[in-house]
Design a protein around this ligand. Structure first.
Ligand code: MLT
Ligand code: MN
Ligand code: ZN
Length: 295
């Protein structure tokens, strides 16, 4: 499997338009690399690609990536899209893919329901872009020879659909992880996850490569940075650090591991910082836009 990180950042990107935090300032000045909102492309043959989540940045992401360029008058190497939840940073890019070029759109019934309830997505012509419902744990061919399966991970409904009270550890069809296999190697894509449960840990045992939610370093990071009132837990994202964090909880896996969907406040963005050294020491890489990974 060939992976291409189209975008490494969480919703908002790095820098985020309205943010003057140290990381956003450094990304604006070019001191650290900027990053677009999370999306991962995968291919077996380098010609046909599937994209996991379509971020609002997808137009620029595809432009920056020669493998995604049209090879004919009206054409795209994009064969399919799979959505892991209904958040804006994962679905809004569909609106940029509305120009009558066919691909297949895969998602759970609940995530497809989010699209159905928001009529602007009718602009993505269903006659060209077939919406295929995927069932939990039922294997399907995301590309010829590439088997995908989705499974529930703890999460919540999309931010824009939250009601008065919000359950942040829902396990169902609204937030899923993806298992990918070419029959030889196995990779997982989990850009949003509220908790590493025993079930999830057991499931990931066969991973050769894991792309995992790296939103925050600490749960109260945004509160302390003064950029927001919400904790990671409230947003449905487990933190990287700490005894209950993802780095500790996933330490036993034999997989190569990459953090993705990283919020702009996360100190792990700093290439020379102690947090980056710590994740490297624990065997993780930090995703960056344009990063290529082969399994
Ligand atoms: C998230 O990952 O929590 C969402 O992207 C939040 C948002 O929609 O801004
Ligand atoms: Mn997000
Ligand atoms: Zn910022």
């Amino acid at each position: 499997m060939r992976f291409l990180v189209l975008g490494a950042s969480a919703g908002g990107g790095l820098p985020q338009w309205n943010c003057g935090c140290p990381n956003c300032r450094d990304a604006r000045s070019g001191k650290i690399a900027a990053a677009s909102q999370s999306s991962l492309a995968v291919s077996l043959n380098g010609r046909d690609w599937a994209v996991l989540n379509t971020s609002p940045d997808i137009r620029g992401q595809m432009m920056a990536c020669p493998a995604m360029h049209p090879r004919d008058l009206r054409d795209s190497p994009l064969a399919s899209v799979l959505l892991t939840n209904g958040d804006i940073d994962h679905i809004a890019g569909l609106l940029s893919l509305r120009e009558q070029t066919p691909f297949t759109l895969y998602a759970t019934a609940e995530i497809l329901q989010v699209l159905a309830e928001n009529r602007v997505f009718d602009a993505v012509n269903a006659e060209k872009v077939a919406r295929q419902t995927v069932r939990i744990d039922a294997p399907f061919a995301l590309l010829p020879g590439l088997t995908a399966q989705v499974f529930p991970v703890p999460g919540k409904v999309p931010l824009f659909m939250e009601g008065e009270t919000v359950q942040t550890d829902l396990v169902g069809e609204q937030t899923v992880g993806v298992r990918l296999s070419d029959g030889d190697t196995v990779a997982y894509y989990i850009p949003g996850c509220a908790d590493v449960t025993a079930d999830l840990l057991a499931r990931l045992a066969d991973a050769d490569h894991l792309f995992f939610d790296g939103t925050l370093w600490t749960d109260d990071e945004m509160v302390r940075a003064g950029t927001g009132a919400k904790t990671g837990r409230r947003m449905g994202h487990i933190s990287i650090s700490g005894s209950e964090g993802s780095m500790a909880r996933l330490a036993g896996l034999r997989a190569a591991k990459t953090f993705i969907h990283i919020n702009n406040t996360n100190p792990v963005w700093q290439p020379d910082g102690p947090e980056r050294a710590q994740v490297h020491a624990a065997g993780w890489t930090v995703a960056a836009d344009g990063m290529e990974i082969a399994t």
